[in-house]
Write a protein that binds this ligand. Structure first.
Ligand code: ADP
Ligand code: MG
Length: 595
């Protein structure tokens, strides 16, 4: 354990014994807010999904327990009355209810892209708030009072210093679960969301599922916070669950540092203390009481976004000497491999593929084939339709008509995830690595489909043996492509040529028999191109089939076994590189034209 963390935990433990009541209460609220902000770190900071509506989930947790624990058993439905008015049963009911609401809302809003998702969360944040205020049995705007005290192991949590330990244990437990989750196969899948859906799906990640998972976890954390809040206050009304509080939670995550679990605590701490202080100070300046702190928060948010985009946490960690990260990969049994193709086997066969964008025919009855142990190059001038072809093979966008057969099976119309599972893997024209993750973690994303353990196992770290196998496989592929010395470097710190090679290692980690490379030489310097060509020859020698979509004629000529040339969506030549090079149609269309 880091000495700073140990010191922090020790201070937390003795805090309530030495601090005055006022500060203990303040710490209780910081703890409660941190639990919600932690969910937002996962959802927004890590997963890239912005939600303004978390306060509504806090409200679900708070109102569920308020209602169930204050309503006489006789007035409850029979199935609930059996459990009496226990707050613990109310917590379970609240969690189930929250999960159900989150699943429905997630289904409706998570498919929205760009600004529509935050707008969607605002809409349901407002709706739930008005629901709390207008449903008769929830007490309307007056709310519900007389919520019983919690009892833990026979101790009544009547005083704030008693409640304190429960809140902070829950929070630290949630931090532990979240950290475990992020440091796992499922966590890498969640972090891959920021690399874009196309990349994550190509690595076999079910992005809709990953998004739902983090949405659900964030909602459940908020619900637990609400449950604690209700029993701490012993009174609820709709005010703390409104949209402006939802925005405040987002402030906390962003200002604290939404990319790190501890950022949630920093943000909740800073905002809560600041708010307390501003509420005391501002009225003495402006003379009247009002929500002036909101203006200050707004300014603070702008300042942070301009000056410290990653929030305060990274600034804090700079002050503390960090310890060297583990620089070894644990030994593990190799992962089982899929069925291998024999050298010369036909892997990919595209026939009569047509892709239309409205009136534009981007691919017109295109055909090509790739065998195991050969490099097939698809070349053509800009706008010829190469990327379109690449996308219809890899499942990003299906052909309008025609056939794509992979190892004898028709795959036209399958999703890129289903195609990846069958042994085809790809790289991207514009490198899509996660720049702040290590090379090892980036490559391990490629092995996603070779692991099976889910979110629950990951959160509890019960999947360590599988995780070791996945990391060992990633390390093996990194060595394979010759980047062992960069294994623990941040992917974003490498030169472009090496980043392209990391992408190849990531593709190899999925155990493919066919590699699809989209313009791998674009933007590379001469020596980098040489290194890339050397690697591709080595992979070919090992029996890999490679489809190379390329613009750079010289790069292709020394490397490819066969070449297909296209122009205006049509195939204009096919054959050995030296033949194609001298074909008049090719010279006319490609070599002679403006490059
Ligand atoms: P290349 O990769 O060979 O440069 P592309 O496959 O990207 O060519 O593009 C081929 C043609 O299809 C171009 O005219 C391009 O404008 C058009 N095109 C590509 N993608 C789309 C799309 N999603 N919608 C409409 N037109 C597209
Ligand atoms: Mg292109």
């Amino acid at each position: 354990m880091h000495p700073v963390l140990a010191g922090f935990l020790a201070a937390l433990a003795v805090g309530p014994l030495v601090l005055p009541e006022f500060y203990v209460t303040l710490l209780n609220y910081i703890g409660l807010y941190s639990i919600v902000a932690l969910g937002l770190v996962l959802l927004t900071g890590v997963g890239g999904l912005t939600s303004f509506g978390q306060a509504a989930f806090v409200g679900v947790g708070a109102y569920t327990t308020a209602f169930l624990t204050t309503t006489p058993a006789a007035e409850l439905p029979a199935w609930l009355a059996v459990f009496g008015s226990s707050p613990w049963v109310a917590l379970a009911v609240g969690l189930v209810l929250t999960a159900a609401i989150a699943l429905v809302l997630g289904f409706l809003t998570l498919r929205l892209s760009g600004h529509y998702l935050p707008l969607g969360t605002i809409a349901w944040g407002i709706s739930l708030y008005f629901l709390f205020g207008n449903v008769g049995f929830l007490g309307g705007h007056t709310g519900i009072s007389g919520i019983p005290v919690l009892e833990v192991f026979g101790t009544e949590l009547r005083e704030s210093r008693h409640f304190y330990y429960l809140i902070w244990l829950v929070l630290l437990g949630a931090v532990w679960l979240t950290r475990n989750l992020l440091d796992s196969r499922e966590g890498r899948a969640i972090r891959a969301l920021k690399g874009g859906t196309v990349m994550a799906e190509a690595m076999g990640v079910d992005t809709a599922r990953s998004k739902t998972v983090i949405f659900l976890i964030a909602a459940l954390f908020a619900c637990v916070s609400g449950w604690l809040y209700a029993h701490l206050q012993r009174f609820v009304n709709p005010t703390p669950f409104g949209l402006h509080i939802g925005i405040e939670y987002l402030f906390m995550a962003v200002i604290g540092g939404a990319a790190n679990v501890w950022g949630a605590l920093v943000g909740a701490g800073v905002i809560t203390i600041l708010k307390q202080w501003l509420q005391d100070v501002l009225p003495t300046i402006f003379g009247a009481s009002g929500n002036f702190e909101v203006i200050v928060f707004g300014l603070l948010m702008i300042l942070v976004l301009h000056r410290a985009r990653e929030g305060l946490w990274p600034l804090l960690t700079r002050l503390v000497p960090t310890r060297e990260r583990a620089r070894s990969v644990p030994a593990a049994a190799p992962l089982p491999r899929g069925v291998q193709a024999g050298n010369g086997d036909l892997l990919l066969e595209v026939t009569d593929a047509v892709k239309k964008f409205g009136g534009l025919v981007a691919n017109d009855r295109m055909g090509l084939s790739v065998r195991a142990g050969e490099i097939m190059a698809l070349i053509g001038p800009n706008g010829a339709g190469k990327s379109t072809m690449f996308n219809l093979i890899s499942g990003v966008s299906p052909p309008t008509s025609g056939s794509v057969r992979f190892r004898g099976e028709e795959i036209a119309g399958l999703t890129s995830r289903e195609i990846a599972r069958r042994g085809m893997s790809r790289t991207f024209q514009h490198v899509r690595l996660l720049p702040t993750m290590t090379v090892l973690e980036n490559v391990a994303i490629g092995a996603h489909l070779r692991g099976r353990r889910g979110v629950a196992a990951a959160s509890l770290h019960l999947e360590r043996s599988e995780e070791a196998q996945l990391l060992a496989e990633a390390a093996r592929q990194i060595e394979h492509v010759g980047l062992a010395e960069h294994m623990f470097d941040q992917a974003g710190s490498l030169a472009l040529g090496k980043q392209r090679i990391v992408e190849i290692a990531r593709a190899l980690a999925s155990d493919p028999c066919l590699l699809l490379l989209d313009e791998p030489a674009a933007g590379l310097r001469y020596l980098e191109k040489q290194a890339l060509a050397g690697l591709l020859r080595k992979l070919r020698g090992e029996g890999m089939g490679i489809l190379l979509v390329e613009h750079d004629m010289d790069f292709v000529m020394g490397l490819a076994d066969r070449v297909v040339v296209m122009e205006f969506g049509k195939k204009i030549a096919e054959g050995l590189p030296e033949h194609v090079q001298n074909d008049p149609a090719v010279v006319e269309a490609y070599l002679g034209g403006v490059d």
